[in-house]
Design a protein around this ligand. Sequence first.
Ligand SMILES: Nc1nc2c(c(=O)[nH]1)N[C@@H](CN(C=O)c1ccc(C(=O)N[C@@H](CCC(=O)O)C(=O)O)cc1)CN2
Length: 282
Amino acid sequence: MSALIMDGTSVATSALAETAERVRDFTARVGRPPVLATVLVGDDPASHTYVRMKRSRCARVGIGSRSVELPATTTTAELVGLLAELSGDPAVDGILLQHPVPGHVDERAAFEAIAPHKDVDGVTTRSFAAMAFGLPGFASCTPGGILRLLDAYDVPLPGRRAVVVGRSPILGKPVALLLLARDATVTCCHSKTADLAEVVREADVVVAAVGRPELVRGEWVKPGAVVVDAGYNPGNVGDVEHATARERAGLITPVPGGVGPMTIALLLEQTARAAEANAGLA
Ligand SMILES: Nc1nc2c(c(=O)[nH]1)N[C@@H](CN(C=O)c1ccc(C(=O)N[C@@H](CCC(=O)O)C(=O)O)cc1)CN2
């Protein structure tokens, strides 16, 4: 058996078309486009690529973007000050702080400086709590994008065993919360998990979100399982050993072309939603 590929590029393209229509309507009514501020600290080449991709997709759907690039020597206080300023700027609808920031910066303090109504990347504790309680709010973009992709392929979640490998604040933990909110039975694994292989073997749905190339071995995948690879490792290698996993899974995401495009599609949709709410249209 060979798995059906979950085509994130195609699902994201449809989502972007819907966002473009929404943005056209907003721009006609308000007299300006929605605006996303992107904030990048330091010289990480991958982060520069991701921010460029986000700004280019913004342009494609008609969202304006404001780019702030700061040196790697930026302090926590300077970054918090900038994010507070953007939070208070009525010309900015959404704010994205690209992760990771340099090690000496308190990333949590920086995320918390983003006003919740502009947190289109879903990184504040307020957004996290909304995901946990199933309340309206902005989802973390990669986790929210993963749920959209599962829905696009009609993957049933209630009662199914979902295993999330990874517990980062912007990926593993929020995706576990979103799966739980959809009535999956969720196990969240991490570096101290005993016998990871055995836990993954039980899963109907596996989400690999750990940032370690091919950590999840193909032979761990239960026949017919749904495999979501959210790994972004150098050279476009995912967290799942794809070739063997694909022979066993029922559905699987590729890298590239799976979760990545969905992340950006959700960011733009949430920016359009934030703009509507900020303008009193929602
Ligand atoms: N503040 C955030 N930081 C990070 C996030 C995030 O959602 N918010 N996610 C990741 C990286 N990321 C976005 O920032 C991201 C990574 C990859 C892609 C993507 O579309 N990749 C393409 C391949 C691109 C290529 O050709 O090199 C794909 O998978 O098809 C989008 C977004 C960490 N940081």
